[in-house]
Design a protein around this ligand. Sequence first.
Ligand code: B12
Ligand code: SF4
Length: 208
Amino acid sequence: MQNVDMPPNHKMETCSASTNNILSSDGVLDYDALKELVMNLGADDVGFVDVDRASMTDQKRGLENVFPAAKSFISIVVRMNREPIRSTARSIANLEFHHQGEEVNTITRKVVSKLEQPGIRAQNPSMGFPLEMQNFPGKIWVISHKPAAEAAGLGKMGINRNVIHPRFGNFILLGTVAIDAHISSYDKPIDYNPCIGCKRAHLCGARQ
Ligand code: B12
Ligand code: SF4
């Protein structure tokens, strides 16, 4: 988990975000270089998980008929503006959810584009609005972003079942990119839950 002390939407994407030196001769992606790349593409936090980790069994199964080559997950967090999310006007909160949802999709898509340059295959399951209705009444989405984010050390699910980030709190959306390469190091789950058990619903106290 990497903390970045900047408000959402105020980071400039580095257009030159580079994939130079990201890949070693044995085909392993460098941990620090990959984190820098993803952060420069606009993520507010990022973590990496090996798809063979025990807690990822369900997510790996979801990729069996979609992207069986997957070896690692890149999990990202994108912050939302707090005040609109707290608004009692549904239209205002909805606008923020939808705008930042598209931002998640944009960033994960850019990660895929960047990784294509050094020849890394990658797929970006949508942040929401799943379409895999052939699996109904089973899981109709490809990857559950919450367990991937937990495994990547980006937070824990609170009483509200949202992943709460240790620094950004409850006001985040999640994305996951599956890639066909190993990464030189993987992240671990955080060892506490930022949910403080206050049960204050949309005012969620788990924030700074
Ligand atoms: C399905 C889904 C929904 C469905 C949930 C349907 C349902 N309850 O059956 C609907 C459309 C209602 C929904 C709503 C929202 N969602 Co949603 N949703 C998802 C989706 C596609 C998969 C959910 C998931 O992760 N399941 C996996 C397991 C681990 O999660 P779970 O907490 O255990 O919950 C599941 C089951 O346990 C079961 N369940 C939960 N509680 C209970 C209780 C009982 C009694 C039973 C029997 C079952 C049951 O239903 C859940 C769905 O399968 C993800 C996107 C993705 N691909 O990951 C986003 C996602 C979880 N949603 C998200 C968000 C933000 C929301 C909303 C806040 C959006 C909004 N605009 O209001 C609301 C919050 C609703 C709420 N109060 O929880 C975010 C959460 C971000 C975070 N910080 O964790 C995600 C990750 C999207 C994203 N890319 O960021 N969502
Ligand atoms: S409102 Fe309180 S109890 Fe509910 S998820 Fe947030 S911190 Fe946890």
